[in-house]
Design a protein. Structure first.
Length: 406
């Protein structure tokens, strides 16, 4: 909570950081709907319990692969890819909690059923990340946010809490490997009951048997088929999330999939890390990356469920290029507020999610209070700002839990 450091950083970018913003930020529940440091731990040995210097790479990376990736991506880009978060820096940035993404990058090509990867991504890849998440909780480095009340308690204690998000229905296994729907739903229940999962994203970078996906960084120049919507099986997945009290996340989902899921899902949905494709300055529709965002019809559909849209901190998504500012991000927030109301805004940075840059005023998650300042400067009230930082999501999560059908 270094007020002077934040003042200095704001001054370097031509604005004032005030005590009002500082006090508001650190008195609010601050929850980020999507961060991705666990995959760096699994790939490179990234230590989430150590405070890393922004722009530097951890010394525990045995092969130097993470450092080389950042160096290669750094040309003209501000803080690319990862090293945006760790637990000490989350605390310094005033975070109450975050949703930790769990990944398996299913490829576009058909994976043979005989492949070990096809048969068992759940055991080999997904549970490995969940094991590290559980280790952080068991050792007391991270508090477990198993219910909304845990966030309120973490806020009172000044600790950081979190739950895990399975980023893609395919993380539970592929039908090519002979897994039935019920077997995968059993894994989903296991993940909720024993592995810290509280949220399921329908898609990541590929379509699956539940739903079509939107824009993919795997095929970044390809316009997605936005007509691929929610399947009959996807409706069963949606119903299962409602029964289990799990949050349904529509990030990465196709336009039709979002509209379909919002129509059939029982309870509020979230778009954990997204934005508005019709906001001023957003990339044109013919740019493939624009399909990573929600048009106004999708914003209204999410809002009609009572849900929220988490603002992604990647300028490439909301500008179509890598140079972006916090004021650009405030513009995204303002458009969503104007279309559906401030109660449907949330944080969803995608820090550490291999995004190509972050807002130029920020070095890492410690600088999140600067966004609070720019929201206030941009005409958001203190109540709207505090709700965006975490209050709106907390309301949604409480509604999800209250609607649990078991």
């Amino acid at each position: 909570m270094d007020f002077e450091r934040l003042q200095s950083r704001a001054a370097a970018h031509g604005f004032e950081f005030t005590r009002e913003a500082f006090d508001l930020h650190f008195s609010s529940i601050v929850f980020d709907l999507h961060i991705d440091p666990l995959i760096q731990q699994c790939l490179f040995g990234y230590d989430l319990e150590t405070a890393h210097e922004p722009g530097a790479w951890c010394k525990t990376d045995p092969r130097g692969l993470g450092a080389r990736l950042i160096q290669r991506a750094h040309r003209g880009k501000h803080r690319p890819l990862f090293n945006h978060t760790d637990l000490p820096r989350l605390r310094e940035g005033g975070y109450t909690g975050a949703a930790f993404g769990i990944h398996w990058w299913q490829r576009h090509r058909k994976i043979p059923a005989s492949s070990l990867l096809a048969r068992n991504p759940w055991e080999r890849i997904v549970r490995g990340q969940l094991k590290e998440f559980q280790r952080l909780i068991t050792q007391g480095a991270l508090a477990f946010a198993g219910a909304p009340s845990d966030l309120r308690e973490a806020h009172q204690r000044g600790t950081v809490a979190g739950f895990a998000t399975l980023e893609g229905w395919h993380c539970l296994g592929l039908p090519d490997a002979g897994l039935t729907l019920q077997e995968r739903l059993n894994r989903l229940r296991l993940a909720r009951d024993h592995l810290g999962v509280r949220c399921l994203t329908l898609n990541h970078h590929t379509s699956n048997d539940a739903c079509g996906n939107g824009w993919s960084m795997i095929e970044k120049d390809a316009i997605p088929d936005e007509t691929l919507g929610l399947t009959d099986l996807g409706e069963e997945v949606s119903a299962a999330c409602s029964r289990l009290g799990l949050i349904l996340d529509l990030s990465h989902t196709s336009r039709q999939g979002i509209l379909d899921a919002c129509r059939v899902h029982q309870g509020p949905v979230v778009v954990s890390h997204g934005g508005a494709s019709e906001a001023p300055g957003a990339p044109a529709e013919e740019q493939a990356v624009s399909h990573r965002l929600l048009d106004d019809a999708c914003l209204r559909a999410v809002a009609a469920t009572g849900g929220v849209i988490g603002l992604v901190f990647s300028p490439a998504y909301w500008k179509g290029r890598d140079d972006g500012s916090l004021d650009d991000l405030v513009g995204q927030a303002r458009h969503i507020r104007d279309i559906v109301g401030p109660e449907h805004l949330a944080l969803g940075s995608d820090f550490d999610g291999w995004i190509t840059s972050i807002p130029k005023e920020m070095d890492d998650c410690r600088d999140l209070p600067l966004f609070t300042q720019r929201l206030l400067d941009g005409g958001f009230s203190t109540e709207e700002t505090s709700a965006l930082l975490g209050g709106n999501f907390l309301r949604v999560w409480e509604q999800v839990v209250a609607g649990r059908g078991e």
